[in-house]
Structures are given as structure tokens and as C-alpha cells.
Design a protein around this ligand. Structure first.
Ligand code: BES
Ligand code: MN
Length: 458
């Protein structure tokens, strides 16, 4: 083990340079013009995996390709050897708005112990930490106590639909004892974390259509409904003064937080005033009766992600717009069923839509929430690895983001996912100036190195 740790320590400068190469690909899965960049990024990854001694291949899908890389089977494939999957994603969120970046999103910049680039924390830096740990085993000739398979996909940020299919058609090859994912967070650099719950999600777009074209607002304003106003009013009705989603039935299946959990959360290193400052808001806002930590990890939401209508250019233009559109996601918690919630929400929207506009609802991706016991043998092994790597006592978290595929891992492969995140709250995931902390990068490599030994024990 010491040679592995020494190898990691001695090679950090090169690892950071390689991570920069990885970050230079503009692998934005949501934007069709970047299709080639995703393909190139996957190609680079496959090459890199081969260089460090893995067997690697690029698996085309109907969308962006999946990279699968594995260690040589330990026992000649005769069984009896534990097998773990490391899942991550090489796709990234759109970098817009570009003018808010201090340096271009796909030209990595290092400042102090931070590396700035779109995808640095979410998720390239985090999955690269695992690759470097495995490289350390392979290049020092240290035998791994288990077989490992990396699955790094290109569609996580758009819902992982093609990976879900791939899992089903490759379930024999991917059968494993557990999946390890570093695509979550830690409360701060001194508190490594095991996340035992994630929120689910449903995404959709609402379009309200009024006149058949933009109209002169002087000629016709006042006699036709304004779709932008109608949409604003409609959306305004969906949240009550207590910060609850005002859609009948929305909360029906929400699993209440146990007194035990709520007490445990109180011991987490949270800081509401610090959060307010970090996020740049005058005052926090959320569902009454819950702490900010609970609101953003264990309570469902209805969120407007984008709102578009009318003239967006410079100066004024006097029109009644022909249409207005909102991009929406709801975060879900156990035991809300995404299919049922989608129906409940759509039916309510149609019910309250005024007769002066036509409503269209386009469905997007969806996923259930995830919840796994932090007491399992594997979770305990992961906590030991965190402790050894960070020299700090780890904490247990629930988090508010979603990783759609982890539910499929359980359903298709029957295996639990260990969420061992390396991101910090100030990393600006999905925001301008995304960054990754190089101490988290290095400790993450160490965590991965310890993990295979701990997970493979008896
Ligand atoms: N890394 C996140 C998931 C995450 C974020 C977990 C914060 C815990 C805390 C992941 O890359 C992500 O952003 N997922 C999307 C999924 C969606 C597009 C289906 C998300 O949560 O918005
Ligand atoms: Mn993300």
C-alpha cells in the first residue's frame, strides 16, 4: 500500500497536467453542436485508460458514447474475486453565461489549490481521481484485491437514458458487488462524506401560445391575453407563502424525516449565514418548518430553470409576444413516484390554464430519489477508507442533486451505490467559474486507493 501512496504523492504535477487535457474538451451533452467534442473526449479517455494499463473500449449509443475500462481479471475470470464498478461522467453542463467566467471555461486555469474549468468538479476531476488511484496500483505492480470496471458516460447531465439501456444489455458483463461514484459533495474540505440519499427529478417544458405571431402591443394590447403574463400568473400560483409547492397531491407520498435523522443533521458542519453569503442572496428562502440543509436535501421542490418570452435584444420592442415558455424541474424525495408526480403536476397545470392561451407540455427526463443504508458492511468499509485518506472523521449526508442511473444500478444489477463525493459547496458546479480543489483531488485518489482494500475485506 505504501508504494501506491508514494506513487500518488510523487506524480501530482503530472496528474494535474493530464486533468487539464481532459478538461479542454467542451463535452457539453445538452448542445448538439458539441457532439464531436464528446466523441473526442471519450476517445481521449479510452486512450488514457489503455496507457495506465486498463483494457478499454468506446461503446457507441444512440446518443453520446460510453467508455468502459477494466482491470485484467484477477482470478483468470474464475470467480470468487470481488468486482466493483466505478461510475462517472465525462459530459458537462453548458458553460453559459460566458461573460461571467474569469477565464474561458475550456481553458483550465490553476490558481492556488483550485483548478478552474467547466466539468472540473462535476465530474471530470472526481472520476479522474479514481483513474489515478488505479494507475498507481497498476504502475507499481501492486496487486488489486478485486476486479474493477470503470463506466464513464457522456449523458449524465441529460438524464442517462442510453446508459440505462446499455446496463440492461450488458448486465452479465457489468454484474458487480457495488458501484462507487464520486459525483457528490462534502460539507467542507475537512469533512469527507458518504452520501446515503439523493433527490429524484422530473423535467419538462411548459409553452403557452397566444396570437399566431408577435403583435403590435399598441394596436392589440389590451384585447388579447399576453402569454408572458399568463405564464407568470400561472407559475405564481404554484408556490404558497410557506414555500410549499401548491399542487394538490404533490406531497402525498413524501417520506417524513425521522427524528433520528433530523438530530444527526444538527451535528453537521452547516452554516446558514455562510451559505447566504456564498450564494449571494439577501435572505434564504425555503419550506417553512425545515432547516436549509433539510430543504435542499430531503424536501421536494418545483423550480423554474429557464423562462423565455418576447423580445430579448437590446432596447425596447412594443409587442404582445406570440408565446412564452418555462423550463421546469421538480426535485423529488423518497417515496415520490416520478411517473405519478408528472401526472399530478401536468393535470394541475392544465386545470389552471386560462382559456385565452393554448398550453403545451413537453416531458423531459425523470428519475426516482435514492436512499441506501449507511450502516451496511460496504458503507462501513467506505467510511474507513475516507477516514484513512483524509485523516478526518467522515460525515453522513443526504444531498439534493440527482444521479439518475443509481436507481438502475440497483434494479438491473442488484447492487448498491456508494456515493463518495469530492466536491465542495463553493465549487460552482453548473455555475460560471466552476472549480475543483486540488487537495480534494489528491485525497480522493488516496480514498480510492484505500477503498479497494477495505471493500474487498471478507
Ligand atoms: N453531480 C451531480 C449530482 C449531484 C449534485 C449530487 C449535487 C449531489 C449534489 C450531477 O452531475 C448532476 O448535476 N445531475 C443532474 C441530473 C439531471 C440533469 C438529470 C442534476 O442533479 O441536476
Ligand atoms: Mn452535474
Amino acid at each position: 500500500m505504501q508504494v501506491v501512496l508514494d506513487y500518488l504523492k510523487q506524480n501530482q504535477t503530472r496528474f494535474v497536467a493530464e486533468l487539464c487535457d481532459y478538461l479542454r474538451f467542451a463535452s457539453v451533452s445538452a448542445q448538439p453542436q458539441h457532439k464531436k467534442d464528446l466523441r473526442a473526449c471519450a476517445g481521449w479517455l479510452v486512450n488514457h485508460c489503455k496507457q495506465i494499463g486498463l483494457e478499454a473500449k468506446i461503446c457507441p449509443t444512440a446518443g453520446h458514447p460510453i467508455v468502459v475500462a477494466r482491470t485484467k481479471k484477477r482470478n483468470g475470470g474464475r470467480g470468487g474475486t470481488p468486482h466493483f464498478m466505478i461510475y462517472g461522467h465525462y459530459d458537462v453542463q453548458p458553460p453559459e453565461p460566458l461573460d461571467l467566467w474569469k477565464s474561458p471555461p475550456f481553458e483550465p486555469r490553476i490558481e492556488g489549490r483550485s483548478i478552474f474549468a467547466r466539468g472540473s468538479t462535476d465530474n471530470k476531476g472526481q472520476n479522474f481521481a479514481h483513474l489515478k488511484a488505479v494507475e498507481a496500483y497498476l504502475k507499481t505492480g501492486t496487486p488489486l484485491p478485486c476486479d474493477l470496471t470503470f463506466v464513464i458516460e457522456g449523458e449524465e447531465e441529460v438524464g442517462s437514458a442510453n446508459l440505462a439501456k446499455f446496463l440492461k444489455s450488458h448486465r452479465r458483463e457489468l454484474a458487480c458487488d457495488a458501484i462507487v461514484v464520486s459525483d457528490t459533495g462534502m460539507p467542507d474540505a475537512d469533512h469527507p462524506a458518504l452520501t446515503y440519499a439523493l433527490r429524484g427529478i422530473i423535467a419538462f417544458e411548459i409553452t403557452l401560445r397566444g396570437p399566431s405571431r408577435d403583435l403590435h402591443s399598441g394596436n392589440f394590447g389590451g384585447t388579447v391575453d399576453n402569454p408572458a403574463m399568463a405564464l407568470s400568473q400561472l407559475l405564481g400560483r404554484l408556490r404558497d407563502k410557506n414555500g410549499r409547492v401548491a399542487i394538490p397531491g404533490f406531497y402525498n407520498d413524501v417520506a417524513p424525516l425521522s427524528a433520528y435523522e433530523r438530530k444527526a443533521f444538527k451535528r453537521l458542519p452547516t452554516n446558514d449565514a455562510g451559505l447566504r453569503k456564498l450564494l449571494g442572496v439577501k435572505k434564504l428562502f425555503g419550506e417553512r418548518g425545515f432547516t436549509p440543509f433539510e430543504q435542499r436535501s430531503a424536501r421536494p421542490t418545483f423550480e423554474i430553470n429557464g423562462l423565455t418570452s418576447g423580445y430579448q435584444g437590446e432596447g425596447s420592442k412594443t409587442i404582445v409576444p406570440a408565446w412564452a415558455r418555462a423550463k421546469i424541474t421538480c426535485r423529488l424525495v423518497p417515496d415520490q413516484d416520478p411517473v405519478r408526480i408528472r401526472k399530478v403536476v401536468c393535470n394541475h397545470l392544465k386545470k389552471i390554464c386560462p382559456p385565452t392561451v393554448r398550453m403545451e407540455i413537453e416531458a423531459g427526463h425523470g428519475a426516482e430519489a435514492y436512499l441506501v443504508s449507511p450502516k451496511s458492511r460496504q458503507a462501513q468499509a467506505a467510511l474507513r477508507a475516507l477516514r484513512q485518506a483524509f485523516n478526518r472523521e467522515p460525515v453522513l449526508l443526504r444531498e439534493g442533486g440527482s444521479i439518475p442511473i443509481v436507481n438502475d444500478f440497483k434494479k438491473v444489477l442488484g447492487a448498491d451505490t456508494l456515493l463518495l463525493g469530492l466536491g465542495l459547496p463553493e465549487d460552482n458546479a453548473h455555475s460560471p467559474n466552476e472549480k475543483f480543489n486540488l487537495d480534494c483531488f489528491e485525497n480522493g485518489q488516496r480514498m480510492s486507493a484505500f477503498l479497494w482494500r477495505e471493500l474487498s475485506r471478507g
